[in-house]
Design a protein around this ligand. Structure first.
Ligand SMILES: NC(=O)c1ccc[n+]([C@@H]2O[C@H](COP(=O)([O-])OP(=O)(O)OC[C@H]3O[C@@H](n4cnc5c(N)ncnc54)[C@H](O)[C@@H]3O)[C@@H](O)[C@H]2O)c1
Length: 253
């Protein structure tokens, strides 16, 4: 799809990887709607992003709020891109000092990371399906998994499960939406410098950087955004999960 002149919806676009995607797509000539739950942070993000960016307050699991966000993106231009960055990290062992992991904690992560991604994809696809095809294509959806989907560490059972499910969803989504000329690709990042990892102990982050063969550091949000922009623009990328991790393979802890 052509980024210039189109509009894009970016969930979780008010911070971290999503905000970097918003910057990149705006620089490429798109208009963007960023969604998130915090009004104040959303408004600060659009102030920083400048003209061409709008904020819609929406929990990714909220059908009506997300439908409003999609409608807003569709009103801004040719709505050809949805990037699902909203997600939540969580730490909790299956059996910890407080006993078994509370089911509500597990469900909350599955809900935000998996159900929210599907909610975004299905609503975005419905809006894109109404477009006139451009060179056989109507739009593209990029989902965000994590290398935890493959190398889930101790304490990551909920997070890793949710992210593995996003990988599992990618091919059937791409197959379902192929008849509408809509592609679906998932990016599985390694550890990137964002607010999500700000709470992680510095020595843990240093150990992960050291385990990353090349480059031996954490990822930068603009590197994630560069891959998303390429995925959106390259019509042959479809139904695939792409690791973006400097060859990092997470260990046991
Ligand atoms: N930073 C990393 O190292 C890393 C690695 C792998 C995957 N990821 C994934 O990348 C995505 C972006 O994360 P980030 O690192 O930019 O962190 P971040 O915390 O800056 O961004 C995540 C955003 O999603 C929002 N969010 C969470 N639950 C939501 C919900 N139910 N409804 C709406 N918004 C919700 C948060 O408020 C936040 O703004 C997430 O899916 C995360 O799991 C991040």
């Amino acid at each position: 799809m052509r980024i210039e002149g189109s509009s894009a919806l970016i969930t979780g676009g008010t911070s971290g990887l999503g905000l970097a995607v918003a910057r990149r797509l705006l620089a490429g000539g798109a208009k963007v709607v960023v969604t998130g739950r915090g009004e104040e942070r959303g408004l600060a993000a659009v102030r920083e992003l400048g003209p061409g960016a709008e904020f819609v307050s929406a929990d990714v699991c909220d059908e009506e709020a997300m439908a409003r966000a999609v409608d807003r993106a569709a009103a801004l231009g040719r709505f050809g891109a949805a990037v699902c960055c909203a997600g939540t990290g969580a730490f909790g062992r299956t059996l910890g000092r407080r006993g078994p992991l509370p089911l509500a904690e597990f469900t909350e992560v599955i809900s935000a990371n998996l159900v929210g991604t599907f909610n975004t994809a299905r609503l975005a696809a419905a809006a894109m399906a109404g477009l006139e095809p451009d060179d056989g294509e109507r739009g593209a959806i990029v989902c965000c998994s994590s290398i935890a989907a493959f190398d889930g560490q101790r304490g990551q059972v909920a997070y890793a499960t949710s992210k593995a499910a996003v990988c599992g969803m990618t091919l059937p989504l791409a197959r379902d939406l192929s008849e509408y000329g809509i592609r679906v690709v998932t990016v599985a990042p390694g550890i990137f410098e964002t607010p999500m990892v700000a709470a992680v102990r510095p020595d843990t982050l240093a150990a992960i950087a050291a385990q990353t063969p090349q480059p031996s550091r954490l990822g930068r949000p603009e590197e994630f955004a560069a891959l998303v922009a390429h995925v959106l623009a390259n019509p042959m990328l479809n139904g695939e999960v792409i690791r973006l991790d400097g060859a990092c393979r997470l260990g046991h802890v």
